[in-house]
Design a binder for this molecule. Sequence first.
Ligand SMILES: Cc1ncc(COP(=O)(O)O)c(C=O)c1O
Length: 419
Amino acid sequence: MTDRTPFPATGRSWDDLQAEIRSRSAGDLAWKDGRSPVFVFRNDEETYNVGRDAFFECFSENALGRTRAFFGIASMEKDVLDFGLGLFSAPDGAAGAFTSGGSESIFIAMKAARDAFRARTGKGREAALNMVVPITVHPAFDKAANAMDIEMRRAPLREDKRVDVAAMADLIDENTMTLVGSAPCFPHGVIDPIDELSALALKAGTWLHVDACVGGWIAPFFTRNGRPTPDFDFRFEGVRSLSADLHKFGFCPKPASTVFYRRAEDLDRATFRADAWPSGAFATQTLAGTRPGGAVAGAWAVLNFLGEDGYRDAARRLAEMVDGYVAGITAIEGLEMWAKPDVSIINYGSTGLNILAVAERMYDMGWLPGLTKAPRGMHAMLSMIHGGQAQQDYLRDLRVCVEEVRKDPMQASKLEAVY
Ligand SMILES: Cc1ncc(COP(=O)(O)O)c(C=O)c1O
C-alpha cells in the first residue's frame, strides 16, 4: 500500500480549504514568535503588509512576459535594478537581473563566469574548470558547480573567520574560472576581505563573484549609519558580479533576488537564448521561465515604502538587537562568540561544554536551533522577528539550558548541523 494522496473527486469550498490550510499549518514552528533562526525575515508589520498587498496587486502577471505584455512589471523591475546598481556603486554600463532567489542569482552568475572564461581563454568543454572559494560559501555554489561539471576548491579561514586570501591564491591555476567571497558568509556572519580578493582576481585575470545574498540590501545602511561594515561591492575593480537577495534583508516578499554584472556583456552571457523550436526566439536572463509578477511589484513597493530613511532605521534597530544578543550570550558563563558579527548573523559556542547538548535542550523548549559543525556552535540569522520579547525569551531559555548542561558539560547529543 502506498500512502499516495488520491486526486480529489469533487471540489471543495474556499472556507473549507482555508480552514484546512490553517489546521495543517497549526503545528508549524512558532516562527512568528522568533523561534526559527532562518527562513523568515521581518522588518515591521507595516512593511510586511505593503509587500503582501503589492504582491497581490500583480498576483497573476508573469514577469516572463514583461517586455511584451506586462509593461508595469518591466518598469518596476527596472527601478529595482537601478536602485541596486546605485547602492552597489556599479559603474556605467553595468546591468542586472531580477531572479527568484539567491541560489538562482548565484547559478546564473556562475554560468556567465564560465562563458566569460571560455571566451577569454578560447578553451572549450575539454578544459576541467574550477572555482576557488572560501569553505564558508553557500551550497548554491556547489549546486552550480555540480550541474556545470566544475570542480570546487575550498580555501580555509583566518582566525577571524574571513577567508585566508593567500590560501585562495595557492588554489588558483590556469583553469580557475572564478573566485568567490561572501558578504557576509552564512556560517559565521563575517564579510570576506573583498578588497584583497579583488586585487587577487585582477592579478590572476579571473572573475570575482561577491555573494551578498544576505548582506547586500542592508549592510550599506549599517555603514551609512556610522557603524562601518567592510565594503564589498563594485567599488573594487575586480568584482565582476554580485548577488543580493531582496527577500532576505531587503524585507521584500519571496521569491526575490537580484544579480548584477559590472559589464552588460556579462548579462548577455548569463542570458539563455534558443530558437530551435517551432515557436521562435526565446530568451531569459534567469533560470526560471515564468516568474511571479507579484515578487517584482512587492520588491518595488517595499523599497519605495522604506526608502533610505527606512532602511537606515531598520539597520539601526537590527544593529541594536544584534548587540543585545551578543551581550546576552557572552554574559552567560562558558559561551563565546565564534566571530564578531558584521551584519546580523550570530555564531557562538563553548570550549567547556557540548553546545549541541545546549541546542538540544533549546529544541525541546520550542526553539529551532541553528547549528554550525566546525566549530561546533549555535547560529541565528536575526531579523526584527527575533527582537523584543523573542530576544528576552531566547536569552532566558539559553541561560537555563546552559545551566543544565553545565552539570555534565561534555554529555552527548543526538543533534547534527543542518541548514
Ligand atoms: C550567503 C548566502 N548565499 C546564498 C543563499 C541562497 O539563497 P536562497 O535560499 O534564496 O536560494 C543563502 C541562503 O541562506 C545565503 O545565506
